[in-house]
Design a protein around this ligand. Structure first.
Ligand code: NAD
Length: 434
């Protein structure tokens, strides 16, 4: 197992030198990073095409666009965020002043997953830089072209004592986690999140865990079914369902379930063609193991839409399964693929009971025009974040902190939340002697 002690020692020494505390230095770094992303945008699109067959339009938006948007927002705001904030002081401490001073933690470790292999590696890195940290990034081994591009972009353009990409598999993560970083930011599965949290606990290193889970999508009887079907299909089948906030399953009111499935069929045909097997642009499942796991779900319930697959090219077409119950295999773990099970309900209380019995989801989506229905769900189910009458878009805005709760994670990032995540807020009371 490689030893990353020396690398971390160099990063700590660089941090101690104080350059990263200079706000202009951070802004310059972010601008340089933006230039690199723009200059190499086509390389990013090619890499995610090679790794996941991700279509260019999707990758332009979700891999390149979101990173550039995040950098721009940081550059615009970070000087203000980095200022000390004066707060009130109680009367009994007359004459004193109080303020809160954000400071970077030091050396941050970022471990990234494969499903948006560029964006989910870069955006935490952007947060670490904006807050003034040095960083080591470990991308996913399952998307080797993107990992190697990240390594080239960062390692050829920044000194290792400031920013370093380390490629590798589990042993590499384990070796990195043995070191005493000052912050660990992990995106990936709940199971590995527990391993990361335990490793960080040995050093009492604070962590952010951006994990997964089964995100329910509730379609109530009054939902606008045309928009509902379009917005569910877009969120579910983008990246072949391999999106942490993809609608995992639908809970449809009995009175609208059949009509919803009919409209899902229409929208899938309109988006991907009559025969999706001929659509060579549809993203692949990431590996044989994931293909086999997903393929095993295709006989659950009744096949309502799709169901065809091709193991040679790791292809599974957009599929909707009808007559599913919570006991089916497809309902036991996060699906993370283009398979959408539909379960019916009669009363909203059933939805609340069933969802709250299970691990707290990363996302939840409500399709209903009725504010009382929306509020009943919002106030009775705990979940990371979500949308009303839409799917996945809540994670595309840097004005909303993004993160999970319970088994779907802890902490949040994006925009100001990223700056806060990678900063320690030092509270100071200044009491003059005169
Ligand atoms: P994963 O947990 O298998 O791997 C994530 C990273 O951890 C990779 O870099 C991997 O090399 C590393 N890793 C794997 N095993 C490890 C171990 N034992 N010790 C230390 N590091 C280890 O996750 P994945 O398959 O890459 O990604 C899919 C999962 O990530 C899904 O559950 C998905 O919901 C979740 N996810 C969450 C978000 C979010 O923002 N909340 C975003 C994307 C993906």
């Amino acid at each position: 197992m490689e030893n990353y002690h020396e690398l971390l020692k160099k990063q700590h020494a660089f941090f101690k030198g104080g350059q990263t505390k200079d706000v202009q230095f951070r802004i310059n770094t972010l601008n340089k990073l933006k230039d690199l992303v723009q200059t190499h945008a086509q390389d990013v699109l090619d890499a995610v095409k090679a790794d996941l067959n991700k279509p260019e339009v999707e990758a332009k938006r979700a891999e390149v666009g979101l990173v550039i948007g995040e950098i721009d927002y940081m550059v615009e705001n970070l000087a203000a965020w980095a200022e000390p904030k004066e707060v009130e002081t109680p009367a009994m401490l007359e004459g004193a002043k109080s303020f809160i001073l954000p400071e970077p933690y030091g050396a941050a470790l970022v471990i990234a997953p494969w499903n948006y292999p560029f964006q989910l590696a870069m955006n935490p890195l952007v947060g670490a830089i904006a807050a003034g940290n040095t960083a080591v990034l470990k991308p996913s081994e399952l998307t080797p072209r993107t990992s190697s591009l990240l390594a080239t972009l960062i390692n050829d353009n920044f000194p290792e004592e400031y920013l370093r990409v380390v490629e590798g598999e589990v042993e590499t993560s384990t070796a990195l986690l043995n070191e005493k970083f000052d912050y660990v930011f992990f995106t990936g599965s709940t199971g590995v999140g527990k391993i990361v949290a335990q490793a960080a606990a040995k050093h009492l290193t604070p962590v952010t865990l951006e994990l997964g889970g089964k995100s329910p999508t509730i379609v109530h009887k009054d939902a606008n079914l045309d928009e509902t079907a379009a917005r569910i299909a877009r969120g579910k089948f983008a990246n072949a369902g391999q999106t942490c906030v993809a609608p995992d399953y639908v809970l449809a009111h009995r009175s609208v379930k059949d009509e919803l499935i009919k409209k899902l069929q229409e929208v899938i045909t309109a988006t991907y063609g009559e025969d999706v097997t001929k659509n060579l642009d549809f993203p692949h499942v990431v590996s044989d193991r994931h293909f086999d796991r997903l393929h095993g779900f295709l006989d659950n319930g009744d096949l309502a839409v799709g169901g065809q697959s091709d193991r040679d090219r790791l292809f599974i077409e957009p599929t909707v399964l009808d007559n599913i119950s919570f006991e089916d295999a497809v309902m036991q773990d996060e699906i993370f693929g283009p398979i959408l099970p539909v379960i019916v309900y009669d009363e909203l209380s059933e939805v609340i009971d069933e969802v709250t019995k299970r691990p707290k989801p990363l996302a939840l989506y409500i399709f209903s025009e009725d504010e009382d229905v929306q509020n009943e769900i919002l106030h009775n189910i705990s979940f990371g974040g979500g949308s009303i009458n839409d799917t996945i878009t809540h994670m595309t805005t840097h004005y909303l902190p993004f993160g999970g709760v319970g088994e779907s994670g802890m902490g949040a990032y994006h925009g100001k939340a990223s700056f806060d995540t990678f900063s320690h807020f030092k509270s100071i009371l200044n009491r003059p002697t005169k």
